[in-house]
Design a protein around this ligand. Structure first.
Ligand code: C2E
Ligand code: MG
Ligand code: MG
Length: 844
């Protein structure tokens, strides 16, 4: 196809071959096969073609080969002649149109080779139609000697419109125009003859508007006269020309390249949209000049700076003139120029600022930048476009953020993250040198008190002062961090002997226990320290910290302002605690709790006036577990709410079976006051049991009034409004006991058993007992002494004016079904037992 030029001479149309031609070749092939002799030689011409040619003569030719390689056309059908552009009379192949001769020779050649009919494909364009033919050669023998060939043209059915094919395949606009001339044969206008879709699209006019229109009529907003002049010149001179036009389209400026090739009065015009290229150049200008990033253009040969934008001038401090006289290598420090040059010379893909580079300003100051460099063809010359992002400030900010991420904002000390990293490093080093790493966990004693009483700003300043004292006490090789709140940690490096760590711990404790002077306040805190030592107590940062923390917990429990080393047993205890926690969570459902009851005896009547309900846990393996062991844990994990509710209901229910003048005393945990749910829990127990509220006595400890005291006092009042009695339990063991008695009108004070136990050997004890009973008398409230075990204690308490007593002397706590005897009994309070009389005698 590529060799064919369209045949535009419509004067002598080539008629399509007869539709019967398909039958012609089929018929001839059939004949050829049936006439072929059995020895495989060629069938004779006379049998196959003679007499039959008449039917198909138009599409056939007869060729003889007088000498090898020399062919003559003996007869030519009319259609065949038109295809081959030769006369009926034929002649030698050498005088024919070369491509036709070539096709015929090929067909003949193949048929000779195979001794079979052979076929080649040929093409022609007629009437704007692109047609494909099969050219058959049938080899025949003849009576006269030389071989004879019958050539048959057989047209295939598919045809294409050439113009459509060519035009349609193009994105460009293609137009055929004819010139319109005036009487003087001067070209005055052009008329659209044909055009493709691209032309209609690019000109933004529908096909109907374009067809047969004159160029001047289209109302294109272009310089028509100039365009027409150009086209006319091309027509006149018969020269190809090209020029550019632009005109405002509906939404944007359109730019075309117009290529014209004239053929007489007919012009073929190609329109190419170059708006893209124009726009690209324009946007580059805008991008370049208005860009806030410094940019410049460099000649890729000389590396001279060709253009530079405002941002670059501002940023680098060179004037435009200075820039334009510079080589781009001068932008980097002298020592890096060779490297930069090699980099530019070998750059083939755009460089996207992977690394930070150093650039030099006009004043010599260095900056850190990410450069973006790409090669670019601009206005025909090879350039580098360089733009940079200055990250000098950002890098500084990053460094600040980095610092913030690893330090505590309040004290400036390293934080937990950095501590872990350093600890890890220290542990690695120690592993290699087989040395020790000592970790301290520290926490301030009574810090919460400072915060609560003096406020957070003072608390913050205290933490800062503490941090300063730590830092100034430690050696350079040690590392201190604030883990959070009032928690600190220290890595003590290069320790040879454990004694060194102990000395350091003591020194820190001493230093921190010295008073701090903060905003005119004298603040005294202390610090407790837990110590873990690698590798013995662990080799992983987290484990070591955890163990040091456990030791800290221990030193706090051991009275604060001390240090403790981690011991494996601490861990064991922690494990045991976890096990108990699991058991405890299960216990309520498993009905493992039970209540014991201990009588309170009235000193005026000698009879039981109340029973105190005391909780017992009947553990499946451990037997009866003391409340002292599990209540703190139940408080910690919040389980005390459910347990407490159960106790309330169970105790009240039990008490309804006793005589009406016997009360039930129930212990409450301060935790039960949280969330103001206590009143509801008590009311519920009263309701469920139906007990008279006046028979219920709730025992609370001072700590209920210590935290959230206002809300808790409100709860106490609400309980009292229900008719319930409130007793202050364990009185004398807390802080400033007496002031609590003013906060709420208690019905009873229970003197802690500690004072009862020490009555005989501590004079202060009996002074306190006397003060409390005196207070009770003047406030007109009952006073109960707990833990009365001896007659001597009883006598003493009677003398001090206690109103009730409770203790093993009367009864141990008993299960509910063993109380009957106590209820009917009257205690003799005046006489001593014989055994006790003896003891007193010996002692006295
Ligand atoms: P508490 O309320 O002060 O109870 C008195 C404790 O002293 C009881 O210990 C009792 O068995 C014991 N005790 C009584 N008389 C004597 C005596 O003559 N000598 C000695 N050495 N001890 C005596 P228990 O039953 O082990 O209870 C301990 C604490 O557990 C109670 O102290 C109370 O604070 C708490 N508790 C007991 N049951 C409950 C409860 O149901 N709820 C809450 N929240 N706490 C409870
Ligand atoms: Mg009690
Ligand atoms: Mg008590």
């Amino acid at each position: 196809m590529k060799h064919h030029t369209p045949d535009h001479t419509p004067s002598a149309p080539v008629e399509p071959l007869a539709t019967g031609s398909r039958r012609a070749i089929d018929y001839l092939l059939l004949r050829w096969r049936s006439e072929r002799p059995a020895d495989g030689t060629l069938p004779p011409y006379e049998n196959v073609a003679l007499g039959n040619l008449g039917h198909f003569a138009d599409s056939m030719a007869l060729v003889v080969q007088p000498a090898p390689g020399n062919f003559n056309l003996a007869r030519v059908g009319s259609l065949f002649g038109k295809w081959g552009e030769f006369s009926r009379d034929g002649g030698s192949f050498s005088s024919l149109r070369p491509d036709r001769a070539h096709s015929m020779r090929d067909a003949i050649h193949y048929s000779l080779q195979s001794k079979e009919p052979a076929r080649v494909t040929t093409h022609q364009v007629a009437q704007g139609q692109f047609e494909t033919y099969d050219l058959w050669a049938l080899p025949l023998s003849s009576l006269w000697g030389p071989e004879v060939f019958v050539l048959v043209l057989d047209r295939r059915e598919t045809r294409h419109d050439v113009l459509d094919t060519m035009f349609g395949a193009s994105d460009e606009g293609m137009i055929a125009l004819t010139a319109i001339m005036d009487a003087n044969r001067e070209v005055v206008d052009f008329q659209f003859v044909a055009f493709n879709e691209g032309a209609s699209r690019l000109l933004n006019l529908p096909a109907e508007r374009l067809q047969w229109s004159r160029l001047s009529e289209l109302g294109l907003e272009l310089e028509e006269s100039e365009v027409i002049e150009n086209l006319a010149r091309a027509t006149k001179r018969g020269e190809r020309i090209s020029f550019e036009v632009s005109y405002p389209g509906s939404d944007e400026l359109r730019h075309f390249k117009v290529s014209v090739s004239p053929a007489g009065e007919l012009l073929t015009v190609t329109l190419t949209d170059i708006a893209d290229i124009k726009n690209r150049e324009r946007s580059f200008r805008i991008l370049f000049e208005g860009n806030p990033l410094p940019m410049w253009l460099v000649d890729s040969e000389s590396l001279r700076i060709l253009q530079v934008n405002e941002a670059a001038i501002r940023h680098y401090g060179y004037s435009a003139e200075q820039f334009l006289s510079m080589n781009t290598l001068e932008i980097v420090p002298r020592t890096r120029r060779d490297e930069f040059e090699t980099f530019l010379n070998t750059l083939d893909t755009p460089y996207q600022g992977r690394d930070v580079w150093t650039h030099v300003r006009s004043d010599g100051a260095l900056m850190e930048v990410y450069p973006y460099i790409r090669r670019m063809d601009l206005a025909g010359s090879q350039t580098f476009v360089i733009s940079v992002v200055d990250v000098t400030e950002r890098r500084k900010a990053e460094a600040r953020i980095e610092h913030m991420a690893h330090h505590d904002a309040l004290t400036g000390l390293p934080n937990r993250v950095l501590f872990r990293t350093r600890l890890n490093e220290a542990l690695q080093r120690a592993k290699m040198s087989q040395g020790m790493v000592v970790v301290f966990c520290l926490d301030l004693d009574h810090f919460k008190g400072v915060n609560d009483t003096l406020g957070h700003p003072i608390g913050d300043k205290l933490l800062q002062a503490v941090a300063r004292r730590f830092s100034s006490t430690l050696r350079r090789s040690d590392f201190v961090a604030r883990l959070g709140g009032d928690e600190f940690a220290i890595i003590v490096n290069e320790v040879e002997q454990i004694a060194e760590a102990s000395r350091l711990a003591s020194r820190l404790i001493d230093v921190i226990s010295l008073p701090f002077e903060i905003d005119g306040h004298q603040v005294v805190v202390g610090t407790s320290i837990g110590i873990a030592v690698a590798p013995h107590d662990g080799q992983e940062p987290d484990l070591l910290l955890k163990n040091a923390d456990m030791a800290l917990y221990r030193s706090k429990n051991d009275g604060r302002s001390t240090f403790r080393y981690f011991e494996t047993e601490m861990d064991t205890r922690l494990q045991a605690r976890r096990a108990m926690e699991l058991d405890l969570r299960r216990a309520l459902n498993a009905k493992e709790f039970t209540l014991y009851y201990q009588p309170l005896v009235s000193l005026s009547t000698g009879r039981v006036c109340a029973f105190e309900a005391l909780l017992r846990w009947n553990h499946p393996e451990r037997g009866l577990v003391s409340p002292q062991e599990f209540i703190p844990l139940a408080e910690e994990i919040g389980l005390i709410m459910d347990i407490g509710a159960w106790v309330l209901e169970q105790a009240c229910r039990e008490a309804t079976r006793w005589p009406n003048d016997v009360r039930i005393a129930i212990n409450l945990s301060p935790v039960q006051f949280r969330g103001n749910r206590i009143v509801q829990a008590v009311s519920h127990a009263l309701e469920m049991s139906g007990i008279d509220p006046g028979r219920v006595e709730l025992e609370i400890t001072e700590s209920v009034l210590l935290h959230d005291s206002e809300a808790n006092v409100r709860s106490l009042r609400a309980l009292k409004d229900l008719g319930i009695h409130i007793a202050m339990d364990d009185f004398g063991t807390g802080y400033s006991s007496l002031s609590y008695l003013q906060k709420f009108p208690f019905d009873k004070i229970k003197i802690d058993q500690y004072f009862v136990r020490t009555l005989s050997d501590r004079p202060e004890a009996s002074a306190i007992v006397r003060a409390v009973t005196g207070l009770g008398r003047s406030l007109q409230i009952a006073t109960t002494a707990e833990g009365v075990e001896t007659a001597e204690q009883l006598v003493h308490l009677q003398k001090e004016g206690c109103t009730q007593v409770q203790g093993y002397l009367f009864s141990r706590p008993l299960p509910a079904d063993q109380l009957a005897g106590l209820l009917s009994r009257s205690f003799s309070l005046t006489e001593e037992s014989p055994a006790e009389k003896n003891i007193r005698k010996i002692a006295g």
